[in-house]
Design a protein around this ligand. Sequence first.
Ligand SMILES: Nc1ncnc2c1ncn2[C@@H]1O[C@H](COP(=O)(O)OP(=O)(O)OP(=O)(O)O)[C@@H](O)[C@H]1O
Ligand SMILES: O=P(O)(O)OC[C@@]1(O)O[C@H](CO)[C@@H](O)[C@@H]1O
Length: 304
Amino acid sequence: MIYTVTLNPSIDYVMAVPDYISGATNRAQTTNAYPGGKGINVSRILEANHINNQAWGFLGGYTGAFIATTLQHLAIKTDFTPIQGTTRINVKLKSRQETEINALGPQITDAEWQTFKQQFSQLQPADTVVFSGSLPSTLPHDAYQQLIQLVVSKQANFIIDTTGDDLKQALALHPLLVKPNRDEVQALFELTDISLNSLKIAGQRLIAGGAQQAIISLGGDGALLFANNHVYFAEPIAGDLQNSVGAGDSMIGGFLAQWTIEEDPVTAFKLGVASATATAFSEDIATQKKIRSVLDHVHITEIG
Ligand SMILES: Nc1ncnc2c1ncn2[C@@H]1O[C@H](COP(=O)(O)OP(=O)(O)OP(=O)(O)O)[C@@H](O)[C@H]1O
Ligand SMILES: O=P(O)(O)OC[C@@]1(O)O[C@H](CO)[C@@H](O)[C@@H]1O
């Protein structure tokens, strides 16, 4: 079974304001609310690819109820820990540029945190847990490390999409996949340049640090996969960018969906790139139809 963990879910409130002017009263052309948070997006892509999974995390208040109901309509299985606080709303402003304002998130009490951790006792060695996204500020700073220890103690697999120290510490515990983007890898290794050569060395450091596979995503410039002692490049696919929110999560969801069927990192990367690109070319997280339509356009070459 696959479990996705979103410790800080959100309603993503997407406002299209084509001629947005800072400091003025602007009127939105369209507004839409989606269930958001990185793990939830991964669950939605797994579901689009017909891979059984369950979404975990914390939900509370009217916003939490909206997310729970919407996920139910989307047939996503969930087992969220209820909280007294209110799940956050993140604003995504679509204008000439995309601007995101992500809220801090609700208070999580110690009792709620302990209840959540108990869920990990049901893990089996064949399970995979996907951790992604920010922590609500009231959780312990080492929350991810605590949870990863619980996964490892059950001999289950994990994927982690986070940054900084959490990512560094997780590497030694052999995540199935890590997927920093170019900025995150630059910050992690304090790279002074982001040339292809420099990114290749950074990716190899992620593997040397313990990751089983690593992807460095490059937004509209494609993506790099480090696996089987080789480096692979997915060329960027041209198209109409609608929304880059969730593209990285879709890459993880697509990779894991295919990996579940056949443990081949290059084929998994292909579905990851197709899912990510399909989301970038959609208003919301991509549908299976959109992913299939992009799949034939994915070209991967071995570059090292
Ligand atoms: N403008 C674009 N055109 C084509 N493909 C894109 C575009 N933006 C993103 N993608 C696809 O999505 C993948 C992931 O994007 P990106 O590197 O922006 O991830 P991310 O920073 O983790 O994204 P996010 O945090 O917004 O989910 C890219 O490697 C690429 O395959
Ligand atoms: O604040 P975090 O947890 O880092 O990111 C949250 C978020 O921006 O990530 C997803 C896109 O990747 C969105 O659905 C959501 O709003």
